[in-house]
Design a protein around this ligand. Structure first.
Ligand SMILES: *Cc1c(COP(=O)(O)O)cnc(C)c1O
Length: 420
């Protein structure tokens, strides 16, 4: 017996005791996990994130730390906020931040891999602009689970793996961007027989990212009024909305859903533009490739965000009376400095985009200064990991986005070390 069912957002059908994390029921709609226990429960801290009862893994094998959640003093004072909580998803041992791959992709990767192993999946194909690659490389190696990780060459300069992530197979798409890496990953998945990690459709991915709220709510003592995060695919934001719905059904935490305040890096900000136009769809002009070259945060650059899909970002913003913010490179750099100065620690550029959005919201007086805010610092502590000499560069096998089926077949043989 499973501790959860899976429900379709479109038709409401409940798939009982189903373990399929990747499947689709109605086209164009997400499935959501329904945990049978409506009351939130947290067990003993030594189990890390697995102490929570709302994760889609039955017998986890690998304890992983969640984000460090604490009440801000420095940044709160700078911004004039009365109750600001920070969920720090990175490496900051003094604060209890033990996420060594330095971003919240860690929670996604470990939940997806543990879930896949339980479901007898032999291996996974993952596409990444950097942070997902590092998280999957680490957990695949730790759990002895094979993954093929596909990354665009344009992101290699900023990428790194933890030393302990060997052996892992990395494919570098020599031309093209993150979205071309996603296309290549899907082709490799078809040819190799290993599933594509599934992106947004994978319930394990979203529930894993929901760990941020699972850690934060017991620290705060209730649901926060506002939630700030930088978004790329939208998975983390949707995950937070879904998790907040679960909390709102628990009598101890019931209350208004946190308003989602989501941010993208201008000028590539397709969801910001669509939301401001009041649209569920995204216009092609807002997805132009040349805009991607102009932003500092490649991890926010997917041209395939889960925006209009039923149960996606558009619905999450509607349901929570949410808002979207466009943050320029200049604002992001300045927000990064602000965080480092006021909280005394380094964060990744994508997290600075969320800090920039919080700054804008305060300037616009989007809510009263004494309301409770949760700021998701989606990544940080890379300087510290660097100082501890724990990084290594990413090497991989190159392929072109225009590769033939035969070339892809040869690549897979090479990776799986078998004859073609
Ligand atoms: C991936 C990522 C994001 C965006 O998350 P999505 O779930 O893709 O919207 C934000 N910050 C960091 C550091 C990331 O790695």
């Amino acid at each position: 017996m499973s501790h959860f069912n899976i429900r379709c957002r479109e038709c409401g059908k409940v798939l009982e005791n189903t373990y399929c994390a990747f499947c689709e029921h109605c086209a164009g709609a997400l499935l959501v996990t329904e945990y049978k226990e409506a009351e939130f429960r947290a067990g003993s801290p030594e189990h890390g994130i697995w102490r929570f009862n709302w994760l889609p893994v039955h017998n986890p094998t690998n304890p992983v730390a969640g984000p460090a959640v604490y009440r801000s003093e420095g940044l709160a004072r700078e911004l004039g906020l009365g109750e600001l909580y920070i969920a720090f998803c990175g490496y900051w041992p003094e604060r209890g931040g033990l996420v060594e791959t330095c971003t919240f992709k860690e929670f996604e990767a470990t939940t997806v891999v543990e879930n896949a192993m339980e479901n007898d999946v032999d291996g996974l194909v993952v596409a990444s602009a950097g942070n997902t690659a590092r998280a999957f490389a680490y957990h695949s190696a730790r759990l002895g689970f094979p993954s093929i990780i596909v990354v665009p060459k344009m992101c290699l300069g900023e990428m790194w793996y933890l030393e302990s992530s060997e052996p892992v197979s990395t494919v570098v798409v020599g031309d093209g961007d993150y979205s071309d890496a996603i296309d290549m990953a899907k082709r490799i998945a078809l040819a190799s027989g290993w599933p594509f990690e599934g992106g947004i459709k994978n319930i394990a991915k979203r529930d894993g990212l929901g760990v941020v709220l699972l850690e934060a709510v017991p620290v705060i003592g209730r649901l926060p009024g506002h939630y700030f995060q930088a978004v790329g695919s939208g998975a983390g934001a949707i995950a937070t909305w879904e998790m907040s719905e679960r909390f709102s059904r628990d009598p101890v935490y019931s209350g208004r859903l946190p308003r989602l305040h989501l941010a993208q890096n201008l000028p590539f900000a397709p969801m910001v533009h669509s939301w401001r136009k009041g649209q569920r769809s995204i216009d092609d002009e807002d997805l132009r490739t040349e805009l991607i070259g102009q932003i500092t945060t490649r991890v926010l650059s997917t041209r395939y965000p889960a925006y209009g899909i039923k149960g996606g970002v558009y619905d999450a913003l509607k349901a929570t009376d949410g808002a979207m913010y466009g943050v320029s490179n200049q604002e992001a750099f300045s927000a990064m400095e602000l965080f480092e100065r006021s909280e005394g620690y380094d964060i990744v550029p994508a997290a600075a985009v969320a800090v920039g959005a919080l700054r804008q919201a305060v300037e616009q007086k989007a809510f009263a200064p004494d309301e409770c805010v949760l700021l998701n610092i989606t990544g940080g502590g890379e300087k510290r990991i660097e100082a501890d000499k724990r990084k290594r560069e990413v090497r991989g096998v190159f392929i072109s986005k225009g590769a033939s089926d035969h070339e892809i077949e040869e690549l897979i043989c090479q990776i799986q070390k078998r004859a073609c």
